[in-house]
Design a binder for this molecule. Structure first.
Ligand code: PEP
Length: 248
């Protein structure tokens, strides 16, 4: 199965910058250039239409970074899953640690968003991961298992949902877990999904995220447990994102 390399652009990119980045990715993302991975970019809501237009007829998929749990309603400032689908999004990142901490998102809210995304025909990428204090206390497996159990809706596996293991202490810090730590956590997540969803879970894609860069991508993506990468900072530089994809 091809690995999935997903770019989380976070709150970066006015429309002209977003269009330029998408064009550069479109130009560079070809098997001829050594890129065999599936590519996905998740721009901010405001650039989704622009980036979607640039990427039309390209192999690069479009995704969003969040959605509201309701399909519509009196929710000022929010964006629903059907609205994202309407703009051409295929994926949506949910439960990113920057939303869990910055917006106080609970596992229950993430689960409701996952259900809403699936109902709208989107593939959710659900982020889980421990803080540094939790890892130092040896609680990382308990924390991730609990997040996984409470953040996924019952139709998650049947809808080809994806999990991203993103240790909070590795995001934007330049620090990464060891290969053994990544492999162990991915194995734990896979076992958790298999126990809950059984055969309906198929072979779920589990991504690693947290300071993936061109110089560490090959060793992380070579791990058989790792189905791809969720990339923040390095996804804002076309050459870096493409180099990570070429390493997959
Ligand atoms: C992220 O925010 O999902 C992420 C992985 O960021 P970075 O690659 O910058 O650590």
């Amino acid at each position: 199965m091809a690995k999935l390399i997903a770019g989380n652009w976070k709150m970066h990119g006015l429309s002209a910058e977003a269009a330029a980045l998408a064009s550069a990715l479109k130009e560079g993302a070809s098997p001829v250039a050594g890129v065999r991975a599936e590519l996905l970019v998740c721009p901010p809501f405001t650039a989704l239409a622009t980036v979607g237009a640039v990427l039309r007829d390209s192999p690069i998929a479009l995704g969003a970074q969040d959605c509201h749990p309701a399909p519509s309603g009196a929710h000022t400032g929010d964006v629903s899953a059907p609205m994202l689908k309407d703009l051409g999004a295929r994926f949506v990142i949910l439960g990113h640690s920057e939303r869990r901490t910055g917006h106080g998102e609970s596992d229950a809210l993430v689960r409701a968003k996952v259900a809403s995304a699936i109902a709208a025909g989107l593939i959710p990428i659900v982020c889980v991961g421990e803080s540094l204090a939790e890892r130092e206390a040896g609680r990382e497996e308990a924390v991730v298992s609990a997040q996984l159990a409470a953040s996924l809706s019952d139709d998650f596996a049947a809808a080809c949902g994806t999990v991203a293991y993103e240790p909070v202490w590795a995001i934007g810090t330049g620090r990464t877990p060891t290969a053994q730590q990544i492999a162990a956590m991915h194995a734990l997540i896979r076992a958790g999904l298999a126990a809950r969803f059984g055969a309906a879970g198929g072979d779920p894609l589990i991504l690693y995220g947290g300071s993936v860069k061109p110089d560490n991508a090959a060793s992380i993506l070579a791990l058989p447990e790792v189905g791809g990468a969720l990339v923040g900072g390095a996804s804002l530089v076309a050459a870096d994102f493409l180099a990570i994809a070429a390493a997959a």
